[in-house]
Design a protein around this ligand. Sequence first.
Ligand code: GDP
Ligand code: GDP
Length: 456
Amino acid sequence: MKPTVIIIGRPNVGKSTLFNRLVGKKLALVDDQPGVTRDRRIGDASIAGLEFTVVDTAGWEDEDPDTLPGRMRAQTEVSLEGADAAMFVVDARSGLTPLDEEIGRWLRGQSVPVVLVVNKAEGAAGESGVLESYSLGLGEPIPISAEHGEGVADLFQGLWPVIGEKAEGADAAATEQDADEDDEEGPLGPLKLAIVGRPNAGKSTLINRLLGENRLLTGPEAGITRDSIAIDWQWTAPGGETREIRLIDTAGMRKKAKVQDKLERLSVADARRAVDFAEVVVLLLDATKGLEHQDLKIADMVLQEGRALMVAINKWDVAENASSLFNGIRGALDEGLSQVRGLPLLAVSAKTGKGLDTLLKAAFEIRESWSKRVPTAALNRWFDDALDANPPPAPGGRRIKLRYITQAGTRPPRFVVFGTRLDDLPKSYERYLVNGIRAKLGFDAVPVRVVLKSPK
Ligand code: GDP
Ligand code: GDP
């Protein structure tokens, strides 16, 4: 089943125009007059290969603005039930209205992920509307012009994290063995990097150090979420090569909070927000404190969200018993995080700058494997060997048949194994396969997802 995305918004913001744009046909009339009654429309949408079912709620609106919120809510609630995500559309030109705010508040209370879309953002007239929309507290708005087709591709960035997995699963199931065809993932853009960790680990010091030594491409950009900033800069690697990095900083914003206990909890919340935007997350530890439970909790969350994780031990300049500290943390990570083996672990000093180039180099490298696609032929060669070396068990005398494997996606790498009688496959065998994918196919330290499927 393809994922379903519902378009929500008050009348006249351009929902129908967006729907038509996504479906690629002039299906319905678009009218200047708010509230023109239309039928509920459902269509097949595709953005950069991401396929989903899109539902337009335009036309569920009442003419009478007084009764509008309630009625719209009732109608929207029904369709929200089956939806995997909602695109909440606001109008950059008119600015936010009380009704937008009400819908936004209501959506914040729903469990469905919301992608905030600011339509009519073409030209300078839309700029302030885009900035204003941050105040809805629904994350980073995606400016588009449905009418002119601008920015629609950027919706991919917003939708992929929430429906990508389901879409790719549907795709893999439907098309079976054709993974070779979409080997081209496109070039990787600036490295999206977040630095997380407990208070006083040295996050701010690290960020200042990195930025101080390198060229800022733009000034910090406020409000990727309400509590973070994004900074685009250029890292000059030791060889002289330059690489672009977009740093997500949730740390600096926390300086004002006083109570340590509150800070501890906030650091988890910060990390959670940061992973939404980051490809690679650096968990910063304090060498004078070692690895604590809270750190493992953050690490585990990052991996569960499917992000590439690295761990850096900061304040190495004042570390005592350095090698036993390092080995102790290594062991605790391997033991505490069963999803990955051999996470990159580095010693750094934000104060002296030691280890920072190595850290960034490793961050680019881990993004490579996080983004890598293994050709289907090579994948199945490995798969056949793995089955030969250790055939699946035969509970009750009937062998479980594993037929082939395909890589359904990247970032993080996702695989689908097709076979029969999969319900009987022991967890230990599944782990055997996952470990093989990691060790033999070059996904050592990144979270890998494997799904088992029986063809219909
Ligand atoms: P709905 O009621 O939310 O479905 O809105 P419609 O799709 O009917 O659009 C309402 C009005 O906004 C129409 O006049 C559209 O032509 C106009 N509109 C839609 N998208 C854009 C856009 O990107 N830029 C501008 N300037 N106008 C738009
Ligand atoms: P944050 O709360 O994670 O942003 O931590 P800060 O960047 O504010 O740093 C907390 C304290 O650790 C400050 O007093 C820093 O000067 C100190 N600090 C940060 N990095 C280092 C380091 O590499 N070595 C040493 N010795 N101190 C550091």
